[in-house]
Design a binder for this molecule. Structure first.
Ligand code: PLP
Length: 380
């Protein structure tokens, strides 16, 4: 009998060892990892630079406190803000990064409304859950936080109608991840950014799944030539050591003065040392160009399935964040099990989308192996 709450529908495999693009279960069975712990292990498993950072810091000090100066936090913040006019706040997870973003937006603007989008996912704590445009995830947890409205994604008219002087922020994912790998259209996102500016509302971009090089640029929004007011990241920031961050324009600093917001663990020495190594590794032009190239190959190969497989309706996404829309939720469940039987791990998104998130360090040969397995399973 399990002693755990049944809030996850868990598969029976227990992944006990990881190495590069492979993971091994409790029976020693080896799987090609096409999910990276849901976009967390972007540098794969057992990466030498990550291992070195972790072991070096573990010999020094793990945790000090945000009551003291942190040169490690300063270092990571400098790398994440990339010479632009942003400041960083560190926390422990994606949902906490979004909580910080929502609080900062309300306090800095003095406005209360947050507009987000249908089928979005921003986290499970009350603020982030309230921003999440999925009624099924909110069911049973009412009352949620007041002041959130959900609009159709990729549509401009409803946004124009709802954007008024009460709106503190518009919050969105550049590619909706949990919602089904749905990319924002470029014109739409650029118009959203312009409308926010005009209206004095802040634009919060949730890069928790799309960031850290996942789509072939460090942040996915970079491909849209927009400048968000607030950016949230987590997941791959320390390749599996829990950490999150909110980056916000320096003009918002006054709203987050001493004592206004905080966390005990956020940005602790161990997480920051690893984050420093991870950001340095990923934010290199050659590394990002390789992700884009591998992503183009993956998408091009899988797109062929739209013609060759009756089960495949669409192939979407960018870089190494690809969704294959299947003809039904049943096909999706069956496909995930068949891929597992062929020793490849992939996950779902939305109701009927197969989500592929291989480590960004995956080799071309490993990627080709994965493509072969997916094509074989979906061509049946
Ligand atoms: C886009 C997005 N935002 C927020 C979150 C929440 O992050 P966490 O699970 O670390 O709280 C997730 C997690 O899947 C996510 O994909």
């Amino acid at each position: 009998m399990s002693h755990l709450f049944p809030n996850y529908a868990r598969d029976e495999i227990d992944l006990v060892v990881g190495s590069g693009s492979y993971v091994f279960d409790q029976n020693g069975t080896k799987y090609l990892d096409f999910m990276s712990g849901i976009a967390v292990s972007n540098l794969g498993h057992h990466h030498p630079k990550v291992m070195q950072a972790l072991s070096e810091q573990s010999e020094k000090i793990w945790h000090s406190s945000n009551l003291y100066t942190s040169n490690l936090q300063e270092k990571v913040a400098e790398k994440l803000t990339m010479g632009k006019d942003y400041l960083a706040f560190f926390c422990n997870s994606g949902t906490e990064a979004n909580e910080a973003a929502i609080k900062l937006a309300r306090k800095a603007t003095g406005r209360s409304k947050i507009l987000s989008f249908e089928q979005s996912f921003h986290g499970r704590t009350y603020g982030a859950l309230s921003a999440t445009g999925q009624p099924a995830l909110q069911a049973g947890f009412f009352p949620i936080v007041e002041g959130f409205e959900y609009l159709p994604y990729n549509q401009l008219e409803p946004l124009k109608q709802h954007l008024n002087e009460e709106v503190a922020a518009v919050m969105l994912e550049v590619i909706q991840g949990e919602g089904g790998i749905i990319p924002a259209e470029k014109e739409w996102l650029q118009a959203v950014a312009a409308l926010c500016k005009e209206n004095g509302s802040l634009l919060i971009i949730d890069e928790i799944q799309t960031g850290m090089g996942r789509t072939g640029t460090f942040f996915a929004f970079e491909a849209y030539q927009i400048e968000p007011d607030i950016i949230t990241i987590a997941k791959a920031l320390a390749n599996g050591i829990p950490v999150g961050a909110m980056l916000g324009k320096s003009g918002l600093a006054e709203a987050f003065g001493p004592g206004s917001h905080g966390t005990t663990f956020g940005g602790n020495n161990l997480a920051m040392k690893v984050a420093d190594a991870v950001v340095s590794e990923i934010n290199q032009p050659e590394f990002l160009a390789a992700v884009a190239k591998k992503g183009s190959y993956l998408k091009a190969e899988l797109t062929k399935l739209i013609v060759t497989s009756e089960k495949v309706l669409d192939v979407r996404g960018k870089g190494l964040m690809i969704g294959i829309e299947l003809d039904s939720a049943e096909t999706l469940q069956q496909t995930i099990q068949e891929l597992k039987a062929h020793k490849l791990l992939a996950i779902k998104a939305g109701k009927n989308v197969l989500r592929l998130l291989p480590p960004l360090t995956i080799s071309q040969d490993e990627l080709a192996d994965g493509v072969e397995i997916i094509q074989a399973v979906l061509s049946n």
